[in-house]
Design a protein around this ligand. Structure first.
Ligand code: IFM
Length: 453
C-alpha cells in the first residue's frame, strides 16, 4: 500500500461539485470541531475521568484509551495553522473538566486553564472564533465515585468548573455550549451502559436527564456574567427515529423512543415541560424535580446545537423485522439520509421558538483509501458533506435560522467505545508520529468555504 503523504493544498477541482451556497452570507459560520478527550492527549496533566476508567476496565472495542489521542494540546500550533488553511470561521472544541478541576470539584488548575487560554488566543490570532462546549462526556472520576449525574451535587461541581473556565476565557469567547447531547449521556452512559460510566437500568434515565438539563440551565447565568453578550446554548441530537417494522406495536415503540431521545430534552428547554407519555412509560414519579427546577430549565437556551448523522431504526423494536429501506450506509452502519435532516429542521421550526440553530456536528465514518500519490481519498465523505450542506442551504432559504455548520470532526481520533478504528475526520493522524495528513475532503471543504467569501 502507498504510504500517506501530505498533499494539502492540491487543487480541489476534481474532488466533486459544491452544493449551491451562493446565498449564504459572509456572517455564516463555517466550522469544524473536536472534543477534548477525543483528541487532546496530555493525560498526565489532568485528573482521571470516566473514559480513562472505562478504557482501563476493557470496554473499548480496540482496547485503546484516550491517553495520547491526537496529541492536540501539544500540537495546537500545528492544528490552528491547519484550521487557518482550511479557512473556517469557527472551531468547536470542549474543555476537559478533569484538566481544569482535577478532582472534579474544588481546586482549580491554573495550568489547565493556561492551555485553553493559549488555544483561544491562537484561534483568535488566526481569525477563528472559539466555540466552546463545557461538557462533552468526560466527567471526572471522583464525581462518578459519588454517583455522577445521578447525584444532584454534580450540578454544583459543574457550576464550580464552569465558573472557572468562563472567568478565564469569557472576555474572548462569545459562543458557549453547556452540554453535548445529554440524551447520549443518559441513555448510553446510564441505561444501556455502552458508554462510560457503563451503568445500566431504565430507572436511571429520568434523574440523569433532569440533572443534566438543570446543570445546563443553572450554568447559563454564570456564563453570561463572565462573558457579557455571549450566547449560551445546549447541543442536542435531533435524531429522526424510524420504526423497525410497519406493525402498530413498532409505531408505538417508535413514538416512545422519539419522545425519550428528542422531545424529552427539547420540550423543557423551550418552555413546554417534560412530555407526558415517557414519564408514564418510565414509571417516574418525578421526585428529582424540586420546586423551581422547571422554571429554571424553561427557555434556557439562546441557541440549539443540532448534531445530525442520520435517522436511527428504533432499537426498542429490535425483535420485529428490520425495515431498513434502501439508504446507503456509512462504515458504522448509519443510514445516510440528508432529506431527514431537512424534515428534522422543519419539525424543530414548527414545534419550538428557537432563536438560533447551529448544525454543531455532521459527518460520517468511512473506510478511507490512499491513492497512488499518497493522498487520503475520501470521496464518500465529500458526497456526504455536499448532500448535507445542500440541505442546510435549502433550510436557510425556507427561513430556518441556521447560523453555522460544523463538520465533525477536524481530526481522526478516539471515537468513544469504538476506539481509534472509526475514521471520521477531515485530517488523519499517524498513530505513531502524530503527523497530520489532510484528506481530500479537507481540500474540498476548503474550496467550498473559499467560494463563499
Ligand atoms: O465524534 C462523535 C462526537 O464526539 C459525538 N457525536 C458523535 C460523533 C461521531 O461518532
Amino acid at each position: 500500500m502507498t504510504s500517506i503523504r501530505d498533499r494539502r493544498g492540491l487543487p480541489a477541482a476534481d474532488l466533486g461539485p459544491h452544493p449551491d451556497v451562493s446565498d449564504i452570507p459572509n456572517s455564516f459560520l463555517w466550522g469544524t470541531g473536536s472534543s477534548a478527550i477525543q483528541v487532546e492527549g496530555s493525560r498526565r496533566s489532568r485528573g482521571e475521568n470516566i473514559w480513562d476508567r472505562f478504557a482501563a476496565d476493557g470496554h473499548i472495542a480496540d482496547r485503546s484509551n484516550p491517553g495520547i489521542a491526537a496529541d492536540h494540546l501539544a500540537l495546537m500550533e500545528v492544528d490552528v495553522d491547519l484550521l487557518h488553511q482550511l479557512g473556517v470561521g469557527a472551531y468547536r472544541f470542549s474543555t476537559a473538566w478533569s484538566r481544569v478541576v482535577p478532582d472534579g470539584i474544588g481546586k482549580i488548575s491554573e495550568q489547565g486553564l493556561d492551555e485553553y487560554d493559549r488555544l483561544v488566543d491562537l484561534l483568535l490570532e488566526a481569525d477563528i472564533e472559539p466555540f466552546i462546549t463545557l461538557y462533552h462526556w468526560d466527567l471526572p472520576q471522583p464525581l462518578q465515585d459519588r454517583g455522577g449525574w445521578l447525584n444532584r451535587d454534580t450540578i454544583d461541581a459543574f457550576i464550580n468548573y464552569t465558573g472557572a473556565v468562563t472567568a478565564r476565557l469569557g472576555d474572548r469567547v462569545t459562543s458557549w455550549a453547556t452540554i453535548n447531547k445529554p440524551q447520549v449521556v443518559a441513555r448510553q452512559g446510564y441505561v444501556d451502559g455502552s458508554h462510560a460510566p457503563g451503568l445500566t437500568g431504565d430507572a436511571n434515565f429520568a434523574p440523569v436527564a433532569h440533572h443534566l438539563l438543570l446543570a445546563h440551565a443553572t450554568a447559563r447565568p454564570i456564563i453570561r456574567a463572565h462573558s457579557p453578550g455571549a450566547e449560551v446554548g445546549l447541543i442536542a441530537d435531533y435524531t429522526p427515529i424510524r420504526p423497525a417494522s410497519t406493525s402498530d406495536e413498532a409505531e408505538v415503540a417508535c413514538a416512545l423512543t422519539h419522545a425519550l431521545c428528542n422531545q424529552w430534552f427539547l420540550e423543557p428547554i423551550f418552555g413546554k415541560g417534560y412530555p407526558e407519555t415517557p414519564t408514564e412509560a418510565l414509571d417516574w414519579d418525578g421526585r428529582e424535580i424540586l420546586p423551581g427546577d422547571m422554571d429554571t430549565i424553561s427557555r434556557s437556551a439562546d441557541f440549539l446545537g443540532v448534531n445530525y448523522y442520520g435517522p436511527q431504526i428504533d432499537k426498542l423494536t429490535s425483535n420485529a423485522a428490520p425495515r431498513t429501506g434502501d439508504h446507503p450506509r456509512t462504515a458504522t452502519g448509519r443510514m445516510i439520509d440528508p432529506d431527514a435532516l431537512l424534515s428534522a429542521l422543519q419539525e424543530l421550526r414548527n414545534n419550538y421558538v428557537i432563536p438560533q440553530i447551529y448544525i454543531t456536528e455532521n459527518g460520517a465514518a468511512f473506510d478511507d483509501q490512499v491513492d497512488g500519490d499518497g493522498r487520503v481519498v475520501d470521496q464518500n465523505r465529500i458526497e456526504f458533506l455536499a448532500s448535507h450542506i445542500d440541505v442546510v442551504a435549502k433550510a436557510r432559504r425556507a427561513g430556518i435560522p441556521i447560523g453555522g455548520y460544523f463538520v465533525n470532526k477536524f481530526l481522526d481520533g478516539f471515537e468513544w467505545e469504538h476506539g481509534f478504528d472509526y475514521k471520521i475526520g477531515l485530517v488523519t493522524v499517524d498513530p505513531e508520529s502524530h503527523r497530520r495528513y489532510p484528506k481530500a475532503s479537507f481540500d474540498w471543504y476548503r474550496s467550498l468555504i473559499a467560494s463563499t467569501r
